[in-house]
Design a protein around this ligand. Structure first.
Ligand code: AMP
Ligand code: ZN
Ligand code: FE
Ligand code: FE
Length: 297
């Protein structure tokens, strides 16, 4: 039987619902053989997840999902937020540490500002939000959603994101993130394998304009491939079907690694462990390329 390989998941170290130990237990129950742990902008969940592996016979691919942005070279361009998965980096590499500390600090400032704005119209305080963000965890909008749900304003995280937490809404505040080319080089220098997360989730999203003719899309991706981009997360529920076809052509053109994963967030998102998976030969390519840390089992 082929191994079930799911390379993208979150814990309470960022915006997942499960602690790292709970994630390992849930992945084991779901029959996952190889699990990627990829919290946003932190590796602080790695140790607890590693310690929980005992007796599961699972392999843990330690990773991160780095916040990044792409700013088109035209005056007044609005930055697009993108996510870069990095597999098996050295968690103590100075550039990686510096970049993640900076992102988390800005995320913290930004979340406080969002709570300030929200507190005009909703019964919410920063202390309430901060109380359920564990030390070292990456603060994000889902932490605000948690309080708004607890207070009965919304039924779930998705509803809160469709409401006041919208990226284009009046309460939204952006946060610092490195350019995608910088993020790719940070992950590479730390010995990790940079793979673009959910690259095409819809119109005007993602690292390039996917509505452009294929030749233009290939030229745009070439910049990231030259910066060291190693792969694309094609099989992800948020990529559109048309997007997946385009991305497959990009991967073919540049011989990129192709992954698939659930992007599991526990009860914070409907995604199920193992709903999308990665082929064994593609995992092999990641392992061959990685030099920052080791897979654990
Ligand atoms: P932030 O990083 O603070 O800007 O919040 C965005 C994060 O919240 C994303 O990385 C997702 O993991 C999560 N998220 C975004 N949209 C939703 C949604 N509709 N439902 C649940 N979680 C979401
Ligand atoms: Zn998330
Ligand atoms: Fe993401
Ligand atoms: Fe994610």
């Amino acid at each position: 039987m082929p191994a079930i390989i799911d390379l993208h998941s979150h814990t309470t170290a960022s915006d997942g619902a499960d602690t790292p130990s709970e994630l390992i237990a849930h992945a084991y129950q779901a029959g996952i053989n190889v699990l990627g742990l990829t919290d946003h902008d932190t590796t602080s969940g790695w140790d607890e997840a590693s310690a929980a592996l005992g007796g599961t016979h699972m392999t843990l691919i330690r990773g991160i999902e780095l916040s990044a942005q792409v700013i088109d070279d035209i005056p007044g361009a609005i930055p697009r937020s993108v996510h870069l998965l990095g597999y098996l980096p050295d968690p103590e590499h100075p550039r990686l540490v510096e970049e993640t500390v900076r992102i988390r600090r800005h995320r913290d400032d930004r979340l406080r500002l969002m709570v300030d704005k929200l507190s005009v119209d909703f019964d919410i305080t920063w202390d309430e939000v901060a109380a359920h963000i564990p030390p070292g965890a990456t603060p994000g909008r889902p932490h605000i959603a948690h309080i708004l749900i607890e207070k009965g304003y919304f039924v779930d995280t998705t509803a809160a994101f469709a409401g006041p937490l919208r990226g284009d809404g009046e309460y939204h505040v952006p946060h610092y993130a490195p350019r995608l080319t910088t993020a790719i080089s940070v992950i590479s220098e730390a010995g990790g394998v940079p793979i673009l997360a959910h690259p095409y989730t819809g119109e005007r999203s993602g690292a390039v304009n996917h509505e452009a003719p294929l030749e233009q899309i290939l030229r745009d991706y070439e910049v990231f491939v030259e910066a060291g981009l190693a792969g694309l997360e094609i099989n992800h529920r948020e990529n559109t079907e048309e997007g997946k076809r385009v991305l497959a052509q990009v991967a073919l053109e540049f011989d990129l690694i192709v992954t698939g994963s659930s992007d599991f967030h526990g009860t914070k998102k409907p995604n199920h462990l193992g709903e999308n998976t990665t082929a064994e030969d593609q995992l092999e390519r990641i392992l061959e390329r990685a030099s920052g840390s080791l897979p654990l089992s």
